[in-house]
Write a protein that binds this ligand. Structure first.
Ligand SMILES: *[C@@H]1O[C@H](CO)[C@@H](O)[C@H](O)[C@H]1NC(C)=O
Ligand SMILES: *[C@@H]1O[C@H](CO)[C@@H](O)[C@H](O)[C@H]1NC(C)=O
Ligand SMILES: *[C@@H]1O[C@H](CO)[C@@H](O)[C@H](O)[C@H]1NC(C)=O
Ligand SMILES: *[C@@H]1O[C@H](CO)[C@@H](O)[C@H](O)[C@H]1NC(C)=O
Length: 488
C-alpha cells in the first residue's frame, strides 16, 4: 500500500492529467497573449549618432597608390562610435564574399576643374576607397575612369594635381602628381574642402618648406549608381527608395563607411539572438544625407521581415534618407510556419499536408500532427504538435519537412525553431523534450517547461539535408512553429 504522501502525489497527478483537455479537443495553450509591442527603430539615436560620426576623407598625403580597397569598416554600433572591421563585430562563422565589381561604365562630370594654376581643392567625402596616380603628360581623365572601372565598388573619382608632395615628386615610381581618388559614393563641388597645405618636403636648413596645394580638381560619377549585388542568402524586398523602415522587430543598427549590403548581411547573420524574436531575418540599408552631403550608411537589423509598407522614415531635421533598400534572409525550409496547412479555417489538425509530414511510432496514434488553430500558433494559425493529439498514448512523434532542404554542401546554417512545452502546465510538462535531428542525428534538445521561445542550433550542410523534430509524450506535449534555417 502506498504511503499517504505518495498516494496524494499520484492522486494529484491523476487529477492534473484528467483536468487537461488535450490539443485534439481544443484544450487551452498555457501561454498568455503577449501584448508587448515588438521594438521599432530608435530614429533619434540614429540621427544623433549620424551627427557624431565623421566618415569624410581624402587621399592622405603619404598614401601609396593602390588598386586594393580596404574592407568595409563599422563606424558605429548601436549608438557607440567604433572603428572596427565587420568580421571583428560578428561571430567568426559569418563569411564575406568579394563584391562584384561594377561594369565598365559611362561617367558624367559632376564638377569641373578650376583653371590651371589656380588653387583648387580635392574632395573630402564618405566612402573613400583608394587612389592611383595616372600619367600626367595630359589631364588624363581616361585612365582615371578606367581605374574606377576596375576598383571594387567605385562609383566616383576625383582627379587633381597635387604639388609639393615629396613622395609623388621623387619617391613613387610613377613620377606623377596627377591623383585619381576612388569613392563608393558620389560627391559634389560642395565637398571640395581639402586645399592641401601640408608639409611634405623635408626641412633644409632654415628654408621655408613648400606646402602641398591642389589644382584642377574635377569629379566624375558612374552614370547610374550601380545596383549592388544581392548578398548571398538574402532577397531584395524593396528599394531603392527614400524611406527607411520603421518596422517592428528592430534589433539595433550599425553605421558602415560605405554603402555595402554584403557587409550589412554579414552583420545580420552574425548578430546575436533576440531573446523574444530570435535571429536576424531582415535588414534595411540606407544612406544618410545631411545638408545635401552623404554622411553615413545605416544598417538596421530586424528579427521580423519588413517591407516597403513600413518604409516611412524619410529623415528628420537636416538628415534625409536616401537609397533605402530592404533585404530578407532566406530560409531553406518551405513553409516553416505551417501556414500552408488550410484544411479548415478555424480548428482542425492532420498528420501531414504538402509541406510537412508527421510520423507516429508503431501502434501510436496522432503522435505528430499539424494544427490549424491560431491559439496554438506562435504566429499565424499553423503550428506543429509532438505528442498524441488526443492524449491516448504517451509515444513521441516526428515532424519533418516533406522535402529535403536545398542547402549548400559544406556551409554552416542556423536552425531556429520556436518551442512551446507549456500546454499541460509546469508540472506535467517538466519531462517534455523536443530533439532536433539533422540527417537523423540529434543536434540539440529543448527540455522542460517553457512557453514559446526561439531556440537555435548550428549545423553543417551536406546538401539535401533532412531536418526533423522528434518528441512529445502526452501529456507533456510540445508545440513547434516558425522553423527557420538560414546560411550563416
Ligand atoms: C581605424 O583603425 C585603423 C586601423 O587601426 C586605422 O588605420 C584608421 O586610421 C582608423 N580610422 C579612424 C577613422 O580612426
Ligand atoms: C608630373 O609629375 C611629376 C611628379 O610629381 C612632376 O615632377 C612633373 O612636373 C609633372 N609633369 C607635369 C607635366 O605636370
Ligand atoms: C638662413 O641662414 C643663413 C645662413 O645659414 C643666413 O644667412 C640667412 O640670413 C638665414 N635666413 C633667414 C630668413 O633666417
Ligand atoms: C513603396 O515603394 C514605392 C516605390 O517603389 C513608393 O512610391 C511608395 O510610396 C512606397 N510605399 C510606401 C508606403 O512607402
Amino acid at each position: 500500500m502506498p504511503s499517504p504522501m505518495r498516494f496524494l502525489a499520484i492522486a494529484s497527478l491523476f487529477l492534473a492529467v484528467s483536468a487537461v483537455v488535450p490539443p485534439g479537443k481544443q484544450g487551452a495553450l498555457d501561454q498568455p497573449v503577449d501584448d508587448t509591442p515588438a521594438p521599432t527603430p530608435d530614429n533619434d539615436a540614429i540621427a544623433d549618432t549620424a551627427g557624431q560620426v565623421n566618415q569624410k576623407s581624402s587621399v592622405p598625403v603619404t598614401a601609396v597608390p593602390s588598386d586594393n580597397v580596404p574592407a568595409t569598416t563599422v563606424t558605429a554600433l548601436d549608438g557607440d562610435l567604433v572603428n572596427a572591421t565587420v568580421a571583428s563585430v560578428v561571430d567568426s562563422s559569418s563569411r564575406r564574399r568579394k563584391r562584384q565589381s561594377s561594369q565598365p561604365g559611362e561617367y558624367v562630370e559632376i564638377f569641373y576643374p578650376l583653371a590651371p594654376g589656380v588653387h583648387d581643392a580635392s574632395i573630402e567625402g564618405t566612402a573613400y576607397l583608394t587612389y592611383t596616380v595616372v600619367n600626367n603628360a595630359t589631364y588624363n581623365i581616361k585612365d582615371c575612369l578606367a581605374f574606377c572601372d576596375k576598383v571594387d565598388g567605385c562609383e566616383f573619382v576625383n582627379l587633381y594635381y597635387e604639388f609639393n608632395n615629396e613622395l609623388l615628386d621623387f619617391v613613387f615610381s610613377e613620377k606623377s602628381n596627377l591623383k585619381c581618388a576612388a569613392y563608393g559614393d558620389i560627391h559634389t563641388a560642395a565637398e571640395k574642402t581639402n586645399f592641401g597645405g601640408q608639409a611634405s618636403y623635408p626641412q633644409v636648413g632654415n628654408e621655408t618648406v613648400p606646402l602641398t596645394y591642389i589644382t584642377q580638381s574635377s569629379g566624375w560619377a558612374a552614370k547610374d549608381l550601380t545596383d549592388p549585388a544581392t548578398p548571398e542568402g538574402f532577397s531584395l524586398v524593396f528599394g531603392p527608395t527614400g524611406g527607411a523602415n520603421n518596422a517592428p522587430g528592430y534589433m539595433g543598427f550599425a553605421f558602415l563607411d560605405r554603402y555595402d549590403p554584403e557587409a550589412c548581411a554579414a552583420l545580420c547573420n552574425g548578430r546575436g539572438y533576440d531573446p523574444v524574436g530570435g535571429v536576424c531575418q531582415y535588414f534595411n540599408i540606407w544612406r544618410a544625407v545631411v545638408d545635401g552631403v552623404p554622411t553615413t550608411y545605416t544598417c538596421s537589423m530586424y528579427y521580423l521581415v519588413a517591407d516597403n509598407s513600413t518604409a516611412v522614415n524619410f529623415g528628420q531635421g537636416d538628415l534625409v534618407v536616401t537609397l533605402s533598400r530592404g533585404y530578407a534572409r532566406n530560409s531553406v525550409v518551405i513553409d516553416g510556419g505551417f501556414e500552408g496547412f488550410t484544411e479548415c479555417d478555424d480548428f482542425c489538425f492532420d498528420t501531414s499536408y504538402k509541406n510537412w509530414v508527421g510520423t507516429s511510432q508503431a501502434g501510436g496514434d496522432d503522435d505528430a500532427t499539424i494544427f490549424f488553430f491560431n491559439q496554438y500558433a506562435h504566429t499565424g494559425h499553423g503550428s506543429g504538435l509532438l505528442g498524441a493529439a488526443f492524449g491516448d498514448d504517451s509515444d513521441s512523434g516526428t515532424l519533418t519537412p516533406a522535402q529535403p532542404l536545398k542547402t549548400k554542401a559544406g556551409r554552416n546554417y542556423v536552425v531556429q525553431v520556436f518551442v512551446n512545452n507549456a500546454f499541460s502546465g509546469a508540472q506535467l510538462e517538466a519531462p517534455a523534450v523536443v530533439n532536433v535531428l539533422w540527417n537523423g542525428k540529434v543536434v540539440g534538445s529543448v527540455k522542460g517547461f517553457q512557453q514559446y521561445t526561439p531556440e537555435q542550433f548550428n549545423v553543417v550542410a551536406t546538401g539535401y539535408d533532412v531536418l526533423a523534430f522528434e518528441g512529445g509524450a502526452a501529456p507533456a506535449w510540445s508545440f513547434i512553429d516558425d522553423v527557420f534555417v538560414a546560411l550563416l
